[in-house]
Design a protein around this ligand. Structure first.
Ligand SMILES: Nc1ncnc2c1ncn2[C@@H]1O[C@H](COP(=O)(O)OP(=O)(O)OP(=O)(O)O)[C@@H](O)[C@H]1O
Ligand SMILES: [Mg+2]
Length: 409
């Protein structure tokens, strides 16, 4: 323990809990050295609904990942999702403190504190305050103002809030599994860390993590986070449609979807037949791939139309030049990106964890984007903290909540 600079990411998803252990490399990549998954039973639409079941699933996934990594890691970066999350942009302004007008890390901390003063209902808590850009005496577009000269320091920040109860139940599940919580990170932001290319972030792009029960969205503009939200739709809905359409139970429908599913009838051949396993007292049946695609298509189209509405709601001006990057387990459905491009009128590509090396089942797998993204987020946060950066202010509210919660348990 402690030998290596290992990081543990825990993604408590609707279908699976994924624990990922990795190490930041000198060249900026992340080496994944352990992964563990377990079937998730206590989560609905991204939110903990059964603590006991979630504790067991987290403990199982973490134990597997630690065994593979050959190390015990007792504190984790934890992803959070759910439609209780909301986001807004706010500004903070302070006067530079030093007589000689040099901007210090303390000024940055104070301006970040000023930006987090937003009115939120008593049942909500701030999860992130992320600086989008700093403005020094009216000059905007500044990424790091420390060391510059100025009188007036402003920040434009992206603020993510969530329901205290939902956050507490997630934290409690992780503590009860025997872990400390290093930081809570919005899942869409974590996924974006894993799949978005820097050029896409700069141009303006949307990350869409389509999981089992949720679709997490993050909109980037000018290199930083601009809007986040979670829609309560995912692969489970597609499976549900296949089950109804083919009159077959959910587990069979899931298998048929994963093995033979298509989102676009044009890609299907009328001649390719799909077996539907027979139930007791039923004759074995077959349908064409085309019929299967016709069942799946409307749901996929609906998901993208909801995403399109969210993009509009985000207030992103104009088109999104970097397009949409779809990731998450359900992004693997054949033809899904084609349907997205047609529905949104934007370029849509499949995103898998980039800049990672190590375990093969992780590197190209979109179901692990959130987990791997947590490692990348952590590596960056630690780097900034080491460089005297500004993550501490952003964390304080949740750390306070975390400390309080631990006393309760
Ligand atoms: N090859 C495939 N084709 C189509 N769908 C797939 C495929 N593989 C997995 N899926 C779907 O991906 C979904 C699970 O994705 P993922 O593992 O990202 O979810 P999760 O993170 O547990 O859930 P969430 O993010 O919604 O909380 C399931 O609905 C599953 O059916
Ligand atoms: Mg997920």
């Amino acid at each position: 323990m402690g030998r290596r600079n290992l990081i543990l990411g825990v993604d408590v998803g609707t279908t699976k809990v994924a624990a990922v252990v990795g190490e930041p490399l000198e060249d900026g990549r992340t080496s994944v050295v352990g992964v563990g998954t377990s079937a998730s039973r206590g989560i609905r639409k991204g939110v903990v609904v059964d603590i006991e079941a979630t504790v067991r699933a987290v403990a199982e996934a973490v134990e597997k990942a630690e065994r593979m990594a050959g190390a015990r890691i007792r504190s984790a970066y934890v992803a959070i999702a759910g439609s209780h999350l909301g986001s807004t942009n706010n500004r903070g302004v302070v006067a530079v403190a030093r007589e000689d007008r040099e901007i210090t890390a303390q000024d940055v901390e104070r301006v970040m504190e000023a930006a987090r003063v937003v009115s939120i209902p008593p049942d909500r808590e701030i999860v992130h305050v992320i600086p989008r850009q700093f403005v020094v005496d009216g000059n905007d577009g500044i990424r790091d103002p420390v060391g510059m000269l100025g009188v007036r320091l402003e920040v434009e920040a992206h603020i993510v809030t969530g329901s205290i109860t939902s956050i507490q139940n997630l934290l409690r599940s992780v503590y009860r599994a025997g872990l400390e919580v290093e930081e809570v990170v919005v899942s869409s932001l974590a996924s974006a860390e894993a799949v978005l290319l820097p050029a896409e972030k700069d141009l303006g792009a949307v990350v869409m993590d389509l999981g089992g029960g949720t679709c997490d969205l993050a909109v980037f503009s000018g290199g930083s986070l601009f809007f986040t939200s979670t829609l309560p739709v995912g692969g489970e809905h597609i499976t549900g449609d296949v089950a109804v359409g083919l009159r077959t139970p959910i587990p069979q429908a899931e298998k048929i979807k994963v093995e033979r599913g298509l989102a676009r009838a044009e890609l299907a051949s009328e001649a390719a037949m799909v077996d539907i396993p027979s139930l007791a007292g039923q004759e074995p049946r077959q349908v064409s791939e085309r019929v299967l695609a016709e069942i799946i298509y409307p749901r996929v189209q609906e998901i993208f139309s909801l995403v399109g509405r969210e993009i509009k709601r985000s207030g992103f001006p104009g088109l999104i030049p970097g397009g949409v990057v779809v990731t998450g387990g359900a992004a693997q459905l054949r033809g899904l990106t084609d349907v997205g491009a047609a529905e949104l009128g934007l370029p849509v590509r499949l995103g898998v964890p980039e800049e990672v090396c190590g375990l093969d089942d992780i590197v190209g797998n979109p179901a692990f984007s959130t987990g791997v993204g947590l490692l990348r987020y952590a590596a960056r946060a630690r780097g900034e903290a080491a460089a005297g950066g500004r993550t501490s202010g952003a964390r304080s509210a949740l750390s306070r909540l975390a400390a309080w919660l631990k006393e309760m348990i």
